[in-house]
Design a protein. Structure first.
Length: 321
């Protein structure tokens, strides 16, 4: 029997209506796998071994039928300190922030790989592939873009393109994203705030009007795209499509351009051991590559009759074999 441990945020913090990790746990449960969960603080190293203070974890029903009360959603066993090598797969599903605690967890998980455990996604690539900076590996797929901390460089970029989206390199869920149009009097204060007075690099991208049609999340399993994207359409008065800030998700078949982008990015994801990822596409342009905790499984499953988590576990089982 395959044993899998999910490194997650606290169980009661997972969004019962949309969390993708719940779909993965449910798929593993349906396969008869042993499922455990733990937090990053429950990873440790001693005498040449990594240990996981993990708990057997069982969903009481399918994620779509889970009750609102957190206490009734799961059956959780006692915490048991186990060597990492007692698991077949460890799946890192901790949400950002991508801070030193996250980085330290990847060091421990990298040691876990050395004990013959399949760690998803590959810990060294989680460190190396910043979700916004990693797009620079594919410059031909990007809209006009800059990464800088100096305000004069960022202002020059804004003067050239006039309508620009500025965002932090370590943000998620639409937080800290500013659209700055021509002659916006707040340009300097926005750049001062985001760069923390020119001490932190940020991203600037030319605004893509096609955001009105949705910011498309395309999920990839071992470099192969799921055949539908989730277009996250901004609510009225917004330029961000993130579901966390009120965007509405609509499933759509991949376009020819979507497939072209996925085919260009996929081989590099495979090379880096990034088994489950999500790329974001607006119009004809790649805007982000999500490697830490991609989501949108539940929405695509519901709208398209898919079982993405089961397809993902098929892939992991093949890798074990």
């Amino acid at each position: 029997m395959i044993s899998i441990a999910f490194v997650i945020d606290p169980l009661d913090s997972l969004g019962v209506k949309k969390d993708s990790t719940l779909a993965m746990m449910w798929a593993a449960q349906r396969r008869g796998w042993d499922v455990s969960s733990l937090q990053t603080s429950e990873l440790s190293w001693e005498r040449g071994q990594v240990f996981l203070a993990a708990r057997a974890t069982e969903l009481t029903d399918s994620p779509d039928n889970l009750v609102e009360s957190p206490d009734a959603r799961y059956r959780v066993g006692e915490t048991i300190q186990q060597s990492a090598g007692s698991f077949d797969i460890v799946f890192m599903r901790k949400d950002p922030p991508f801070d030193m605690n996250y980085i330290n967890a990847t060091y421990l998980l990298e040691q876990t790989e050395g004990e013959g455990v399949l760690v998803v996604n590959k810990p060294s690539s989680l460190r190396d592939c910043n979700e916004k900076f990693f797009t620079t590996a594919f410059p031909d797929l990007l809209p006009p873009q800059i990464i800088a901390s100096r305000i004069d460089e960022l202002t020059r970029f804004h003067d050239e393109y006039e309508d620009v989206v500025f965002k932090p390199l370590d943000g998620m869920g639409g937080k800290g994203i500013f659209r700055v149009k021509r002659d916006d009097p707040n340009l300097n204060v926005i750049l001062e705030t985001l760069t923390q007075n020119e001490t932190t690099a940020i991203v600037g991208q030319q605004f893509i009007p096609e955001i009105r049609d949705g910011d498309k999340r395309i999920l990839l399993i071992d470099g192969e795209p799921v055949p539908h994207s989730l277009a996250r359409i901004p609510k009225a008065g917004e330029s961000r499509g993130n579901l966390a800030v009120g965007g509405v998700g609509v499933a759509r078949p991949l376009s020819d351009r979507d497939r072209e982008i996925a085919e260009a990015v996929g081989p590099e994801l495979v090379r880096r051991g990034l088994v489950f990822t999500g790329i974001d596409v607006i119009g004809d342009w790649l805007t982000e590559v999500n490697v830490t905790c991609p989501t949108c499984i539940r929405e695509l499953d519901r709208e398209c009759g898919l079982d993405i988590a089961m397809d993902l576990l098929d892939c992991l089982e093949a890798k074990l074999a």
